[in-house]
Design a protein around this ligand. Structure first.
Ligand code: NAD
Length: 449
């Protein structure tokens, strides 16, 4: 079956992101917005976001191919699924759904990205209310691929099924809620944590950054592999039932401190345990704990290291691009203010500090054109510092047309700063040149033995 045609109504943050999700999975997407400025800006934003995804190797096709599937059009004809992404206002969504119900084909599903408003509130009066529901994404859905499907009491089951099939076909993990509840699940869970975080800061227990680091470096990492129920199940030998017996009273005390009284009754714990045991028999518990730890190790070695390596490689690419466009004043942004740069053994070939670096780079102005091609980059990471070896082939053209090519190897020390990775030390070794180069450079280091 060909991918379904999709209409997206509202081309703000979420609308643009949904357009990428559906176009990436092969659907033709019609994206509309009443604001002419958004219509003008959205295509560029889509191209930029697709470019970023391609940079991280997250697309199966070229970004241009995916972008051509998205057209700016208010035409709902032929759309099997409409994803509404207009501002979170009841009046607005009510009027908008009335229009969508009139204009969309009778078999099309009408889904709202709404974060809090329910379909009961904005679609209850419509003739086609049976095909209306909420499909609440995480932002942006092409990076956090989960959606909550929230039907109103009047939504027909087959509309929910069709929405689920289309979203799953677009690579989104679908969570179906049995009924409407304020804030759905995503924001209720987020809210529970945020309410407690505010209390802890208010009571002077910890600062804002302390709470964020605990979540980022601890809970969040764990939750990128398993959810809170599976966490409790795997954290206690004997599983979640034993966890509830041991930890239940402490959690109840903490809840009571905040005026909450929702004890984990034996019936509730039995239900949760039964669901967990159906997912993971206790005989497989040890194996799953080992799997969890391997997943955490994979994430630690791949994601942390990969992000940093990419950031450093981009820094080196930007360096080359800035030299090529002669943006020599900007180059110093890539270095720490106290950087040391050594081009050769001669004193003249050495600069201390970003200001001196700018001055020494100005000698490139004598060329009519330059082209710096970065090839291999090897990086050794060590938390907030990194050492790198990179190779650059530099081509220079003089105003009289003569050219020179230089083969250089850079040994860099990078440091992580508040603004990202910067070069703190750079040593250039010259491996040769096809025409005489600056004397000190030509005589400078050969490859170390
Ligand atoms: N931003 C988030 O983190 C997030 C996450 C999940 C869900 N949502 C929900 O998604 C929806 C859109 O949020 P957003 O952050 O993209 O907002 P946004 O302000 O970035 O975009 C809204 C867009 O809707 C357009 N618009 C205004 N009136 C319209 C109309 N009558 N018909 C069609 N389009 C109209 C606006 O011009 C704007 O481009 C909201 O319901 C929001 O609650 C947002």
């Amino acid at each position: 079956m060909p991918p379904p045609k999709i209409a997206i109504v509202g081309a703000g943050s979420i609308g643009v992101a949904w357009a990428i999700v559906f176009a990436r999975s092969g659907s033709a997407v019609a994206l509309q917005d009443p604001d002419p400025r958004r219509l003008e800006l959205a295509p560029g934003e889509i191209r930029a976001r697709l470019g970023e995804l391609a940079g991280f190797d997250l697309l199966d096709e070229r970004p241009e191919v995916i972008a051509t599937r998205i057209v700016m059009s208010a035409d709902l004809a032929g759309a099997a699924y409409v994803q509404e992404c207009a501002p979170e206002s009841l009046e607005l969504k009510r009027d908008l759904f009335a229009r969508l119900d009139r204009e969309a084909a009778p078999e099309a599903v009408l889904a709202s990205s709404s974060s809090f408003l329910t379909a009961s509130a904005f679609a209850g009066e419509l003739p086609g209310r049976e095909r209306c529901l909420v499909a609440h994404p995480a932002n942006p859905p092409y990076l956090l691929p989960v959606v909550e499907l929230v039907p109103a009491p009047f939504t027909r089951a087959d509309a929910v099924d069709r929405a689920a099939a289309i979203l799953e076909g677009a690579g989104i993990s679908v969570v179906r809620l049995a009924r409407e509840v304020d804030g759905f699940i995503f924001n209720r869970l987020q809210g529970a944590l945020l309410r407690e975080a505010y209390c802890l800061v208010r009571d002077g227990v910890a600062g804002v950054d302390d709470v964020d680091r605990l979540v980022r470096d601890g809970l969040g990492r764990r939750w990128s592999v398993i959810g809170p129920f599976e966490t409790s199940d795997l954290n206690t030998r004997g599983g979640i039932e034993v966890h509830a017996q041991r930890m239940g009273p402490a959690y109840e005390r903490m809840g009571a401190e905040r005026g909450q009284h929702d004890p984990w009754t034996p019936e509730l714990v039995a239900r949760v345990t039964a669901e967990r045991r159906a997912l993971l028999p206790l005989e497989q518990w040890d194996e799953r704990v080992a799997w969890r730890d391997r997943m955490l190790m994979t994430r630690m070695s791949a994601s942390g290291g990969m992000d940093d390596r990419l950031a450093i490689t981009r820094l080196l690419h930007r360096y080359c691009a800035m030299l090529d466009s002669m943006e020599l004043e900007l180059v110093t942004e890539l270095f720490t203010p106290d950087c040391a740069v050594i081009y050769g053994p001669d004193e003249r070939m050495r600069s201390e500090g970003a200001d001196n670096l700018a001055a020494s780079l100005r000698r490139l102005h004598r060329f009519a054109r330059t082209s710096h091609h970065l090839s291999n980059v090897d990086i050794d990471l060590d938390a907030n510092e990194a050492r790198g070896r990179s190779y650059v082939l530099a081509w220079h053209q003089h105003p009289d047309g003569r050219t020179q090519t230089l083969y250089a190897e850079y040994h860099d020390r990078f440091v992580r700063t508040a603004g990202g990775w910067r070069i703190a030390e750079r040593r250039q070794l010259t491996h040769g040149s096809d025409a005489p180069w600056d004397l000190p450079l030509a005589m400078s280091d050969r490859r170390p033995s």
